[in-house]
Design a protein around this ligand. Structure first.
Ligand code: KMH
Ligand code: ZN
Length: 273
């Protein structure tokens, strides 16, 4: 089996300091969390940025500041800015980080309810726009799929030559409104992928570690982090993103998967080819 690529989703757009003090808002806090995750074994930092008061932003300038500061501490890490941003942002707002010199970012592959009255909108034409803008700049898209219909969307766009291979998927499971994160959900999605694809799994909340183990066993990769889950175990808040990554490293060791360095991750994902 390939080595295991660990992605740390250190911040997100929805979790606040009312949920956990560990969630980063300032650049200093963002670097602290990225470095803790990297030191623990994360090869990829999935990055959202916030204003100092916690407001989610897709500002190019804020991303640049955060990326430069992270790279100072973690020179070889893969920084993967979000193009999902927060619910309600416009396409142009969300695309801002793709104007920077980045090697990877997310590409969200469908619309879904996002809890309460929220809808995370990604129409087919918008997905095409994101795909074109991301790929024309030589950036590797991580194809975020919250349910099976999103994989079908990718397959259709790949057939038309709009989304190009090698394709790397991320299943984000357990969002209120998306597909659940039971084992059968994961296996169904994994078995639905185009041949030759790579995939990573992010389980929201209580699904985080059961799905991490499933992906470790099945040859996939793993995303953890405070964006997805704030608990290290039932009822106990994680002290940091580093602690969440350390737990994946322990589990991977028990199942005989070695951890990929950022450069090994680049090779596994066919980046820069
Ligand atoms: N914050 C969510 C609405 C991504 O990073 O690409 C979208 C999200 C997906 O987090
Ligand atoms: Zn995200």
């Amino acid at each position: 089996m390939e080595k295991l690529i660990i992605t740390a989703a250190i911040c997100g757009a929805e979790v606040t300091k009312d949920h956990t003090d560990a969630i980063p808002y300032t650049i200093e806090e963002t670097v602290r969390e990225a470095k803790a995750a990297y030191d623990a074994g994360a090869a990829i930092i999935h990055l959202h940025v916030r204003e100092d008061d916690g407001t989610p932003t897709q500002s190019k300038e804020r991303f640049l500041k955060a990326i430069e500061a992270i790279k100072k501490e973690c020179p070889d890490v893969i920084v993967q800015p979000s193009t999902g941003g927060a619910v309600g942002m416009t396409v142009e707002e969300r695309l801002q980080p793709t104007e920077l010199d980045i090697e990877m970012c997310t590409l969200d592959c469908g619309t879904l309810n996002f809890g309460g009255d929220e809808i995370f909108v990604n129409t087919e034409n918008e997905i095409i726009e994101f795909a074109n803008r991301i790929q024309s700049r030589g950036i590797k898209p991580e194809l975020e799929c919250f349910e099976k219909g999103h994989i079908d969307m990718v397959k259709r766009l790949a057939k038309k030559g709009i989304i190009k291979g090698p394709m790397h998927f991320s299943f984000v499971l357990g969002v209120n409104g998306g597909q659940s994160g039971e084992l059968r959900d994961f296996l169904f999605l994994k078995d639905s992928l185009p041949m030759g694809s790579t995939f990573s799994v992010a389980g929201v909340g209580r699904y985080e570690y059961p799905l991490a183990v499933a992906s470790i066993i099945e040859g996939g990769h793993v995303r953890v982090g405070l964006e997805d889950n704030i608990y290290i175990r039932k009822g106990v808040l994680a002290k940091s993103n580093g602690q969440l990554v350390e737990k994946v490293v322990r589990l991977a060791f028990e199942f005989g998967r070695e951890i990929a360095t950022p450069d090994e991750a680049r090779k596994i994902l066919g980046m820069g080819e």
